[in-house]
Design a binder for this molecule. Structure first.
Ligand code: GMT
Length: 386
């Protein structure tokens, strides 16, 4: 099939998932066209079946806000027509679902039909999407999609609670390429970070308020008082300066390393012993799944879709939002001795297997097939009537 993928090209989970999906589909002989305003961060290397189309958003002195949504719709029309795309799969509703709807309408006027799939990722529903500035457009464009998927049962429920959605939402969980993440740690890297064999704890995110970076540091502080440890903070974002100040205030600068945005996440996950994700909300928590694939148990909050991947006391623990003492106790429980730690570690890897790329990507392919066939049938019937 010829598939168009629209996503944010940044380090956020929705862009990562969309890029990994596109690369997996290209490996399975589909032609995949990424349509984004910048090359997606995880889109690396050459692939014969993969194409990249940049959305150019020209500026003009009149525009305080260049109209990205219109530029995206026009680019979609162009790419669909010139590359004979069979469907468009947009990730993150805002503004991708409404741009795709507009493109579909334009194409229909020229008797070209292209089904649109919208995958909901999280804050497009639970935070930004429900803001009344966007809500009517979000609800309308989701309802206009030919298929809607959500990355967890929790997000599906949240979507039905937030908007009047008249269609079925199919849950297709996020996935991880277990083979890629199951790496041997690079000894030299471990030695540099933890020269005295300290435990290595990790957090990775876009450092927004919802991630509660302060809680990551507080949990780490208590853990480090009981079990000598080092904390790796991967990523960047608006809360980074808050995190840096807190490290200084708590006199933890020597124990915490800010690694910034990183490409080779699997190398970093491989040296980690524990992953922390004390977020206010996570629709799924893709970074937690990638951590598990790398063999790290997870201590997180019991919110959103996290209970769908973390099994309490088996591959990690969940505590209440903000209860850093409890989450620190959980971290200590996991790392207290080698046999407990290795049990958690094995269970984390086993759970990642349940979300392996080979199990999840076929679900998207089946959805594409179903839609494509339905669309062809509809078109055929319309032709007969005409
Ligand atoms: O908030 C982020 O971490 C980024 C955001 C995104 O859309 O890029 O992530 C959301 O989508 C991810 C991929 O489906 C999920 O794993 C994250 O849990 C979700 N984030 C939130 O719900 C806060």
């Amino acid at each position: 099939m010829n598939i168009g993928i629209v996503c944010y090209p940044t380090f956020g989970g929705s862009g990562v998932l969309a890029t990994e999906l596109g690369m997996a589909l290209a490996d399975k002989d589909h032609n995949v066209h990424f349509i984004t305003y910048r090359q997606p961060v995880r889109l690396t290397g050459f692939h014969a079946n993969m194409f990249y189309h940049e959305v150019r958003v020209p500026t003009y002195p009149l525009f305080d806000y260049p109209p990205y949504e219109s530029a995206l719709s026009s680019t979609l029309v162009d790419v669909v027509k010139n590359n004979h795309l069979d469907l468009l799969h947009v990730h993150y509703a805002i503004p991708h679902a409404s741009s795709a709807f507009m493109a579909k309408q334009i194409l229909q006027q020229e008797n070209k039909y292209v089904p649109v799939i919208t995958t909901l990722h999280g804050t497009d529903i639970t935070l930004v999407g429900r803001d009344k500035t966007y809500a009517p457009v979000v609800a309308f464009s989701i309802n206009q999609s030919d298929a809607i998927t959500a990355v967890s049962e929790n997000l599906k429920e949240e979507t039905y609670k937030t908007f009047r959605i008249e269609k079925d939402i199919q849950v297709i969980y996020n996935f991880v390429d277990v083979r890629r993440f199951d790496k041997k740690p690079i000894d030299a890297f471990r030695k540099v970070i933890a020269p005295d064999n300290e435990r290595i704890v990790m957090h990775a995110s876009n450092f927004r308020k919802i991630k509660r970076i302060g809680d990551v540091i507080q949990i780490f502080k208590t853990l480090n008082e009981h079990i000598p440890s080092r904390l790796l903070l991967v990523g960047d974002g608006p809360e980074r300066h808050v995190a840096e100040s807190l490290c200084r205030e708590l006199d933890l600068c020597d124990a915490i390393r800010f690694l910034g945005k990183q490409q080779d996440m699997e190398e970093i996950f491989a040296v980690a012993d524990l992953f922390l994700l004390p977020s206010e909300y996570e629709s799924f928590g893709l970074s937690a799944l990638e951590a598990m694939a790398g063999g790290s148990p997870v201590v997180a909050t019991n919110v959103g879709g996290l209970p769908e991947i973390i099994i309490q006391g088996v591959n990690g623990f969940m505590g209440d939002v903000g209860d850093t003492d409890q989450m620190a106790r959980y971290a200590i429980e996991i790392l207290k001795d080698e046999s407990t730690f290795s049990r958690f570690r094995d269970n984390a890897r086993k759970q990642a297997d349940n979300f392996d790329i080979t199990r999840i990507v076929p679900q998207y392919e089946q959805l594409y097939e179903r839609l494509y066939k339905g669309f062809c049938k509809g078109r055929h019937e319309e032709d007969k009537i005409a």
